[in-house]
Design a binder for this molecule. Structure first.
Ligand code: AMP
Ligand code: MG
Length: 419
């Protein structure tokens, strides 16, 4: 077991052990937020045929090249093409066809004159504006060609991707499996949120925040409950998690007399890779894997402190859960921000400073949320970013810049829509 390693080494070890999960199929309605597991090529042409972008009249541009307000060109209306008509006849030279938006362009026509640029006169139409060749026509294939690579494996599926898949008739696609995450809390002082807190008992908030962090990423939490501080109860509950892809346990991995989690994990065949990461908050983080065949669940022993638990999940569990789902991007947006007030610390550990973010013109300004004690859970509510205060640094002067992971892009939300 390695001890007291730097954050970057810890993350590298974790990712080296993290498998990409296999594929399953999912249908259109269930794709939001999943990671695509296949390259999607189009078997269709989109749009499937030349069609009209306007309500108006399909014509041959050469027939109305001289049209103007003062000298409109009058053409007979040969037929109508509502959207959805499939047996569209050929348009002869010197004629116009009434056409509606999305309707197939008749063969023989090459342009559409907007209704607003015409005057109806019984069975004839007077055209007041000469169309450019191809005006108001959406060409077959201008969106997607047959055989074109439209979506690549590894993209996270959002509303636009779902719309494109629907257009291509792909009702079912391959996606990466969701990691199943067994979540264990431990401590004799802990109760569930509706429990009796008399005598200073503590609500197991980690159970809920960690489950939520999993869900936010598309992983499925499986709650193992609160283990009492006895090796037997911890073992019994951890065994139930052995079938999961990941086990996340909070508390009990430190050096206290009743911190049995590490010992039990080893008994269950978990090989610990490291214990202790040079960060604050979050030092007592342990990572290992069950089984020698690189198939057992990854095991994260997070610190019990609610802030430390959220923070170490954010830094170390989150990228692993994303990798498992086949995602290409594992990290939060990173910005350089100007530090509002001087920050100081002792060299040795990297500090993960909870900061609020605000815009100042084109710059981003970061300000500490205040008390950085790992017991102050509300600091995580206010945190819009996590400022990286490097291990060996002892000061970041006011006005200097630092790297900040953006947790919440809402600080960019504007007062106006920008139009
Ligand atoms: P431990 O690692 O057991 O020494 O716990 C460190 C601190 O975190 C203690 O103050 C615990 O009460 C607190 N703690 C441990 N587990 C949880 C949890 N599931 N939810 C909230 N606080 C916890
Ligand atoms: Mg404890």
């Amino acid at each position: 077991v390695k001890r007291d390693i730097p954050a970057a080494e810890a993350l590298a070890q974790i990712l080296a052990q993290t498998p990409v999960l296999g594929l399953e199929t999912a249908s259109l309605g269930d794709l939001l937020g999943r990671v695509l597991g296949e390259d999607v090529r189009s078997t269709r042409v989109l749009p499937p045929a030349d069609n009209s972008a306007m309500d108006g009249y399909a014509v041959c541009a050469a027939d109305c090249a001289s049209a103007s307000d003062r000298a409109p060109v009058s053409l007979p209306i040969a037929f109508e093409v509502p959207a959805g008509r499939i047996d569209v006849p050929r348009l002869a030279r010197g004629q116009a066809a009434r056409i509606l938006t999305g309707a197939a362009l008749p063969p023989g026509a090459d342009s559409v004159v907007r209704q607003e640029d015409t005057e109806r006169d019984g069975e004839r139409i007077a055209i007041r504006v000469a169309p450019e060749l191809g005006e108001n026509v959406r060409r077959a294939g201008e969106d997607v060609q047959r055989g074109e690579l439209v979506l690549e494996a590894g993209v996270r599926i959002g509303p636009a991707q779902i719309g494109v898949l629907a257009s291509l008739g792909r009702t079912v696609v391959a996606v990466h499996q969701r990691p199943r995450v067994a979540v264990l809390s431990g401590g004799d002082e802990l109760v569930e949120p509706d429990g009796d807190v008399a005598g200073g008992r503590i609500v197991s908030s980690n159970s809920w925040s960690i489950a939520a962090q999993c869900r936010e990423l598309g992983a499925e939490p499986v709650y193992l409950g609160i283990a009492r501080d006895t090796p037997d109860d911890i073992e019994r509950r951890l065994r139930a998690g052995l079938a999961a892809d990941v086990i996340v346990s909070s508390a009990g991995v430190s050096v206290g007399d009743r911190d049995f989690v590490r010992g039990v994990l080893e008994k269950l065949g978990c090989r610990l890779h490291f214990w202790g990461v040079r960060i604050k908050p979050g030092f007592p983080l342990a990572f290992g894997r069950v089984g020698d065949d690189a198939r057992g669940p990854l095991v994260f022993g997070l610190p019990g402190n609610p802030v430390s638990a959220l923070m170490t999940f954010e830094q170390f569990v989150r990228p692993a859960l994303l990798r498992m789902q086949g995602a290409r991007r594992l990290h939060r947006p990173l910005v350089r921000a100007r530090v509002a007030e001087t920050m100081r610390k002792k060299p040795g550990r990297m500090h993960l400073v909870r900061v609020t973010l605000e815009r100042d013109g084109d710059a981003v300004v970061a300000r500490s949320t205040g008390n950085q004690s790992s017991g102050v859970l509300t600091s995580m509510i206010r945190a819009q970013g996590i400022l990286i205060f490097p291990a060996e640094a002892s000061e970041i002067a006011a006005g200097a810049s630092a790297a900040v992971q953006v947790l919440d892009g809402d600080f960019l939300a504007a007062q106006t829509p920008g139009f």
